[in-house]
Design a protein around this ligand. Structure first.
Ligand code: 26V
Length: 811
């Protein structure tokens, strides 16, 4: 986009006047933010139109990424960056006395996701647009995103995230594209023209209204769409339809309205505990049905026959949450387009593909038959028929293996298994890192792998280097460009060219200086926000991610307590000063996770206030972890903590963001950590702990006893007793849950088992960090290899191997 700063200045003044009747001097920062964002949206509107027009005119294959979560964060800076007008905007605003960074801080994070899965969806959207692929997001416009976290007296307190309260500058409401989604009612089979048809009766209608957000490609003309659906009553706005209720029964009408609107009201703050909530199931069907209806409507406008749908449309399912896509697409093809079953099935399976994001049993979705039957009777009939046909096929393939058939059936024991339905009803299922895919194939989904080996494939996750390097760490990005030129910005794999400079003193010094500056800036923020003084010369050792027992924040904390105990014994102990930084939200109903947050804060308070250890270690817990906070903390990290129990973390994507910003990873051989190690080599990562194979063996043969370790390892014994005894300043019962988890319930995630190996790995960190040259060389090596983990790279593989989609140049 070619826009000079004079034009931007003029347009911005005009916009401010037009929207608020204010000039730059009078307007608040928030108004300036709104006016400026609205201007940026205007700048991209023509290309948005052109992209859509061209996709439709040429019936280009379009990918629709269906996800319950899109954790997109803030958009102002990334939109400017992708449009190529970041510098011009900064200068234009500066000349008007406005600092772009102040406007950025006015933007609320769009926190429409829990963690990795939602953020991956956001990175994928950015990559699809940036490599010029017609790929769009389809999800829910939650009125409340993931809760805001406050830490009060060390405890997590959840506050509703009313992010839309003052409007969303980036969205466009499309009333004319609204569709109706039906719930409940009855289905009657009827014969019509010699064909069995199904009549729906007595259902409730919900109006699904799309809000579109532009997804701007990097320095190309592509603008794709993130379409988020909002649930409304079918009647026009405030006019309640009293005819469908007892006339005058106002409160009933109001109740109805609020029941309908509840569907898109709140994002479930869970990232692994399936709770079988009716509302969540309604949310799933709501956006799936709306999305597929709108895709088909738009597809038919190209003039192509419905039978060719799969040639022009790919629907990708992000985890099982949108799994009702299979029966919903079947329903539309069978009942509305009057296509016969076999042909409808052929179209459906060729259109749909699915990614699995976890092997944690508690996150594998199953829904009760009765619930599905009542909420979506026709959909249930279709699922039953899919299951019937599938089981029939299994009986032929495995005539004497009834237990296998029971395990693989879609419906069993009064429940519908969503993953099974997707594997059967789609053409591709992928895991998100090599190890994860191997575990799926050899264990969780082995029966399906045997039946359909051709459907299984791996797609290791990736992250967008635009947000996580260019935007989050602009000085590093600039220096990389000074060193190797700017081709890496479009082709992140070119970062590998940095390798030749990893031993150059001048490059090392500059890298070191940039990291140090980032750390100083962060220390200043911490001082002014939390009143805690941290030393930018210390090692910043960072673990930021959702709080979950398998991610083992507690292992990190045990190491901290171990160091603290050593320092108490010998305050002159020679350890390199460290600042341990945590940030994590816990699901509100996940009590163990909340106790761990309290424990981190309690330990932090004790250590930070203990003068006797001479500031050698500090512990910080940053509240309200979210995308915009991640962008601030990751560029400062020296150490990236990726310490999940091997086999449990499907991939991890934080690991990639840290690596790209020059942090050194301390890791178990889990998820994508393994691929990071394969890229950078053993000398540039610090690994420890049991392998996935060892973990799975121990799980299988039950050969583990945590209390044995507790009784035999003095370090651990002491730490556990300190936690339980009130030594930390809390009552002795405060951390009972944690004790029970680790000792009484035999430490499900092998924290005590891996402790010794972790401590040794941390000693290696301490030693390595003292050798500045070596450390920076490692850091550069990590940055150089990080291009492999760009989501552009990942998306190209999805496009070639799953979607069969091509790039389209927009003119
Ligand atoms: C599961 C459930 C279960 C039902 C209740 C609500 C809910 C919400 C989200 C999820 C998905 C959890 C799975 C997840 O986030 N997986 C993460 O996906 C990342 C991207 O692939 C990956 O890097 C992480 O390792 C993986 O934990």
């Amino acid at each position: 986009m070619t826009l000079n700063k004079e034009a931007i200045k003029k347009d911005f003044n005009k916009k401010l006047m037009h929207m608020f009747s204010e000039d730059v001097e009078d307007a608040s920062n928030f108004h300036k933010y709104l006016a400026f964002s609205s201007l940026i949206k205007e700048y991209c509107s023509e290309n948005w139109f052109k992209s859509n027009k061209q996709y439709r005119k040429n019936a280009e294959k379009q990918v629709y990424y269906f996800s319950m979560e899109f954790l997109i964060g803030r958009l102002l800076r990334s939109n400017l960056l992708n449009l190529g007008i970041e510098k011009e905007s900064e200068e234009a605003l500066k000349e008007l006395g406005v600092d772009l960074r102040d406007l950025e801080e006015e933007e609320k994070d769009a926190g429409l996701g829990n963690g990795g899965l939602g953020r991956l969806a956001a990175c994928f959207l950015d990559s699809m647009a940036s490599i010029g692929m017609p790929g769009h997001g389809c999800g829910i416009r939650y009125k409340y995103g993931l809760f805001e976290q406050k830490i009060i007296d060390g405890y997590q307190v959840e506050i509703p995230d009313n992010w839309l309260k003052d409007g969303n500058a980036w969205e466009v409401r499309k009333d004319d594209k609204a569709v109706i989604v039906r719930f409940g009612g009855k289905v009657n089979p009827v014969m019509k023209n010699d064909r069995l048809n199904f009549e729906y009766k007595d259902y409730d209608e919900v109006l699904a209204v799309p809000y579109d957000m532009p997804v701007i490609g990097y320095h190309n003309n592509t603008v794709n769409t993130l379409r988020l659906w909002s649930a409304e009553t079918v009647e026009s706005d405030d006019e309640l339809d009293f005819s469908s209720f007892n006339y005058g029964d106002y409160s009933k009408a109001v109740q109805y309205k609020s029941a309908v609107e509840s569907i898109s009201k709140v994002l479930y703050p869970d990232d692994s505990h399936i709770q079988g909530k009716i509302l969540r199931l309604k949310q799933q069907y709501f956006f799936v049905s709306a999305g597929i209806q709108s895709i088909i409507r738009s597809y038919l406008k190209t003039g192509k026959p419905i039978n060719d749908l799969y040639k022009h449309v790919a629907i990708h399912i992000n985890d099982t949450h949108p799994s009702l896509s299979v029966p919903e697409l079947m329903r539309i093809l069978l009942d509305e387009k009057e296509i016969e079953w076999d042909e409808a099935w052929n179209i459906t399976t060729k259109t749909i593909s699915y990614t699995n994001h976890t092997i944690m049993a508690e996150a594998l979705e199953k829904w009760p038959v009765d619930l599905v039957k009542n909420l979506f009777p026709r959909i249930y009939m279709i699922i039953e028929e899919i299951n019937r046909r599938f089981v029939e096929k299994l009986c032929l393939s495995y005539p004497n293996e009834s237990s296998k058939i029971t395990k693989m059936a879609i419906i069993n024991n009064g429940e519908i298994r969503m993953a099974n339905m997707l594997i059967v009803g789609g053409h591709s299922v992928n895991g998100v890192a090599k190890l994860h895919t191997e575990i799926l194939k050899s264990r969780e989904l082995s029966d399906f792998y045997e039946l359909y080996p051709e459907k299984f494939n791996n797609k290791t996750n990736g992250i967008t280097h635009r947000r996580w390097l260019i935007q989050a760490n602009p000085r590093l990005a600039e220096f990389i460009t000074e060193t190797i030129g700017d081709r890496w910005r479009k082709h992140p794999k070119k970062l590998i060219e940095l390798l030749k400079y990893s031993k150059y003193s001048s490059v090392q010094d500059k890298m070191d200086e940039i990291k140090k500056d980032n750390k100083i800036k962060f220390a200043n923020t911490v001082k002014s926000r939390y009143g805690i003084i941290i030393d930018p010369e210390s090692i910043y050792d960072v673990q930021v991610k959702r709080l979950h027992a398998y991610k083992r924040q507690i292992l990190n904390l045990f190491h901290i307590m171990y160091l603290y105990n050593k320092l108490k014994e010998n305050p002159n102990l020679d350890i390199f000063p460290r600042t341990f930084i945590f940030a994590a939200k816990a699901s509100p109903s996940y009590y163990l996770a909340k106790d761990i947050i309290k424990l981190i804060n309690t330990v932090g308070k004790k250590i930070n206030n203990d003068k006797s250890i001479k500031n050698k270690i500090k512990v910080l817990f940053l509240e309200n972890y979210r995308v915009s906070l991640a962008e601030k903390i990751i560029p400062c990290a020296d150490i990236s903590e990726q310490i999940s129990t091997a086999s449990k973390e499907a991939s991890g994507t934080g690991n990639m963001k840290f690596m790209m910003n020059g942090a050194i990873t301390i890791a178990t051989l889990d998820g994508a950590n393994i691929e990071i190690r394969d890229e950078v080599g053993d000398d540039n990562i610090i690994t420890f702990g049991m392998s996935a194979k060892e973990v799975m063996e121990l799980e299988k043969n039950r050969g583990y006893s945590s209390s044995q370790i507790y009784n035999n390892d003095n370090r651990i014994h002491k730490i556990v007793n300190q936690i339980m005894s009130g030594y930390l300043g809390e009552s002795s019962g405060e951390f009972r849950n944690i004790y029970n988890h680790l000792i009484e319930k035999n430490d499900e995630y092998f924290v005590l088992k891996d402790f010794d190996s972790y401590v040794k790995a941390q000693e290696i960190v301490d030693g390595l960090y003292r050798d500045r040259k070596k450390w920076v060389e490692m850091s550069i090596t990590n940055i150089a290899h990080s291009g492999e983990f760009s989501s552009d790279n990942t998306i190209l593989k999805y496009a070639r191997q799953i979607w069969n989609a091509k790039k389209v140049k927009i003119y």
